[in-house]
Design a protein around this ligand. Structure first.
Ligand SMILES: Nc1ncnc2c1ncn2[C@@H]1O[C@H](COP(=O)(O)OP(=O)(O)OP(=O)(O)O)[C@@H](O)[C@H]1O
Length: 228
């Protein structure tokens, strides 16, 4: 489902962010990506959703070689992947409903289909009653749930999250993690970069540790392993 073969990433300023990554992530897995600040975690996951391109190497996502993908096919790839960020990235002038509907409107789904699916995913994240609210009228945890609903609206097989609990208090972080766990249980592959040691050590999953641009550790039901 996700495969990297000898992947390297050097940024234009000469920083070697990744130096020879080989990894396979199967359908339905839940993977934490951990490691010190600046180790290359964000770069690793940005390559998956093609926010960045590798300098060298091959990346397959759902059977597509994304390292060779023409730019015009990027939107199609993005629909097979949902992405969630630390800072939510909701559109402030759109309501909760509109933020979630947006990803379906761009692929020209019918109004009826959009309404049915948007309400379905808002129900999943328990925010149907706030469909008409604007992002600044919501708590951080609620905003992240909207972002998760938006990421799921086109039923992607993979959900990628970059530090999704980084702006949330511990209790809210747990709520968000339970939601990710439910989403994974229903079959969606999850790849999550995180600094949250308590979550990683409690909700045991596969742990991939990136250090200095390399995979330093890859454990089934692993531990966080750092003191920060
Ligand atoms: N756009 C960029 N241009 C140049 N260098 C970059 C860019 N993005 C990241 N880097 C550098 O690449 C290295 C890896 O960064 P990356 O953001 O992948 O690390 P990270 O493990 O996600 O860090 P953090 O935990 O602090 O978010 C760092 O040295 C960083 O400064």
């Amino acid at each position: 489902m996700i495969e990297m073969q000898d992947v390297w990433k050097t940024y234009p300023n000469g920083v070697n962010a990744l130096t020879g990554i080989d990894i396979q992530i199967s359908k339905g897995e839940f993977v934490y990506v951990v490691g010190p600040s600046g180790a290359g975690k964000s770069t690793f996951i940005k390559l998956m959703y093609r926010e960045e391109k590798p300098t060298k190497g091959t990346i397959f996502v759902n059977g597509t070689n994304v390292s060779e993908l023409k730019n015009r096919y990027t939107p199609k790839l993005r629909r097979s992947l949902g992405v969630v960020f630390q800072d939510f990235k909701l559109l402030p002038r759109l309501t909760v409903y509109e933020n979630v509907a947006f990803a379906m409107e761009v692929i020209e789904k019918s109004k009826r289909e959009i309404k049915k699916r948007v309400m379905e995913v808002l129900d999943l994240v328990k925010l149907k009653h706030k469909a008409r609210f604007f992002p600044n009228e919501l708590s951080g945890g609620e905003q992240q749930r909207v972002a998760i609903a938006r990421a799921l609206v086109n039923s992607p097989g993979i959900l990628i999250a970059d530090e999704p609990t980084g702006n949330l208090d511990p209790e809210t972080s747990w709520e968000i993690m339970k939601l990710f766990d439910d989403i994974n249980y229903s079959g969606t592959t999850i790849v999550m970069a995180t600094h949250n040691r308590e979550i990683v050590n409690t909700m045991r999953k596969r742990v991939i540790a990136v250090e200095n641009g390399k995979i330093a550790r890859d454990q089934h039901r692993g531990e966080y392993g750092y003191e920060d």
